[in-house]
Ligand binder design. Sequence first.
Ligand code: HEC
Ligand code: HEC
Length: 83
Amino acid sequence: MKCHTATGYQIPLADERGSEIGNVTTLRDYYIAQGPETAACVGCHDRRDNLAHAYLNTSPFGEACSSCHGVGLEFGVDKVHAR
Ligand code: HEC
Ligand code: HEC
């Protein structure tokens, strides 16, 4: 697994690196296990409403995060973090 790549802070993760990235178990957090994209965000965005937002946007077969926070989108990580 490559942790630090030039665009490694972007989502979706799965398209680029596939099944190498699994769920993350963070004991004592609001819920476990967290999907890999969620885990990447809630290290900083750690309020309860942030976790609830991530939980509600996670399906049994994957996370929806990049539908709204993907590269180039209005709420994309590259855009919102560059304000
Ligand atoms: C290293 C800490 C850090 C990580 C990791 C991080 N963020 Fe942020 N994020 C911030 C900070 C600080 C701000 C507010 C300052 C700014 O605009 O740069 C912010 C702002 C945002 C905003 C704009 C709304 C707001 O609260 O200001 C969104 C949306 C956002 N981040 C989404 C994400 C997503 C999605 C991820 C995971 C893919 C993520 N962030 C990962 C630190 C982080
Ligand atoms: C349907 C669209 C949509 C989906 C899907 C979505 N988000 Fe968001 N998210 C938003 C919007 C809109 C905001 C508010 C952006 C702002 O304030 O600029 C937000 C805000 C955030 C923030 C910043 C919250 C804060 O207040 O600091 C994080 C972190 C975040 N989302 C993570 C995720 C994660 C992780 C997933 C997937 C599990 C996800 N989002 C899925 C639309 C979405």
